[in-house]
Design a protein around this ligand. Structure first.
Ligand code: KG4
Ligand code: ZN
Length: 350
């Protein structure tokens, strides 16, 4: 049901009650937002289904999304205490991500929106990670500098408005989360590796092994994680299986410290170059305690405001997609019926 403008209210009011769907990788997510307020943020993780393969299998992910999409949407609506008839717009991640997984989300969103003649709001997944910072409590107002570090991307975003950002730097090879996952695998930790590696690192000595801090002499704002990963490969080879087993915690701690140090060094460089008064984080790696603490120390040292959203809003979720949708252009019915998901590249929203 479209919201009817109250007397005196502009006719083209932005939709307030938004149902958002996110299926870009291995989590089936649905959320209900009332403006910047999250009424429900439901996630069904497929981690267990992919763990046996040591990583996400795209076909397995698509099949699980197909089975889970409807129940996850129903659960989100139930938790929010909202019926589909009250929803004013349907937001969905259009890309980037696994194309089969994205298509399930986009088709589900269309199937819900079209019979009700609701607008559809396609959202860029990375814009979603940035937009998690616009949610209550204490929504962050642009301008701010945002480090987005996830399993597929690592970038520095200069956020000067709610819709969109300027890409200031990005990884030239692996994403930060991808490096965490690969190193975790070398250390015999399960999938997804990031949280397990962080836990193990707590028992280790971060200075036990000297790690290359990549790109430290590179003057730009780009990142690189493949050298660090290769350094770990050689270290593990030299230590041998027994040595690796013995020093797992030290290896995890040393790797994590080097990865965090690169992320924070680039963030600091970007802060020095711009006139940013605030910094924020986004993406799964932003749930990492060592990174959060290092960014807190940095923000204090540089005297800038720090916004750290709750960990569950860092890793993939649909609330962040609904948040980005609030500032994106809705596509009216039936113009979106032929709308397609995209695996890589261009932004759908903004
Ligand atoms: O944003 P996200 O949930 O999905 C993508 O868009 O990729 O990020 C997932 C990535 C994975 O690589 C995962 O290992 C990493 O974020 N991650 C972490 C932590 N929690 C998730 N990395 C380090 N420490 C964590 N606590
Ligand atoms: Zn993500």
């Amino acid at each position: 049901m479209q919201r009817v403008a109250a007397p005196g209210e502009p006719k083209d009011v932005a939709p307030r009650l938004i149902l958002a769907i996110e299926t870009s990788c291995d989590d089936t997510c649905a959320a209900v937002l009332d403006g910047p307020r999250v009424l429900a943020n439901t996630i069904s993780s497929q981690a267990a289904a992919h763990a046996q393969f040591g990583g996400v299998v795209p076909e397995v992910a698509s099949r699980h999304h197909l089975e889970l999409a409807a129940p996850v949407v129903a659960a989100a609506l139930a938790e929010a205490g909202v019926t589909l008839d009250e929803i004013e717009a349907v937001a969905v991640t259009a890309g980037p991500g696994l194309i089969g997984a994205l298509l399930v989300g986009v088709s589900t969103a269309k199937a819900i929106a079209a019979p009700r003649r609701l607008p559809l709001i396609p959202v860029d997944h990375l814009q979603g990670h940035v937009a998690a910072n616009f949610l209550e409590p204490e929504p962050l107002q642009p301008p701010f500098l945002c480090l987005v570090a996830s399993g597929g991307h690592t970038l520095l975003a200069g956020v000067r408005e709610h819709a969109g950002y300027e890409l200031l730097g990005q990884t030239l090879d692996d994403a930060a989360g991808e490096a965490f996952d690969k190193v975790a695998r070398m250390l015999g930790l399960g999938y997804p590796g990031g949280p397990a590696l962080e836990k193990l690192a707590r028992e280790g000595d971060a200075e036990a092994f000297e790690m290359p801090v990549a790109m430290s002499r590179n003057p730009g704002l780009d990142f690189s994680f493949s050298g660090l990963k290769t350094a770990l490969v050689y270290l593990c080879r030299d230590l041998g299986p027994e040595g690796v087993e013995e020093r797992r915690a030290d290896l995890a701690a040393s790797f994590q410290a080097a990865a965090v140090s690169q992320l924070v060094a680039k963030l600091e460089r970007a802060l020095k170059r711009g006139d940013w008064g605030a910094v924020a984080l986004g993406g799964g790696v932003a749930a990492n305690g060592a990174l959060r603490e290092a960014v807190r120390v940095l923000s204090e040292r540089r005297g800038v405001e720090l916004k750290l959203v709750a960990r569950e809003l860092c890793t993939d979720n649909a609330a962040m997609i609904g948040s980005a949708a609030r500032f994106a252009e809705p596509i009216p019915y039936p113009d979106y019926l032929a709308y397609d998901a995209f695996a890589t590249g261009g932004r759908a929203a903004a």
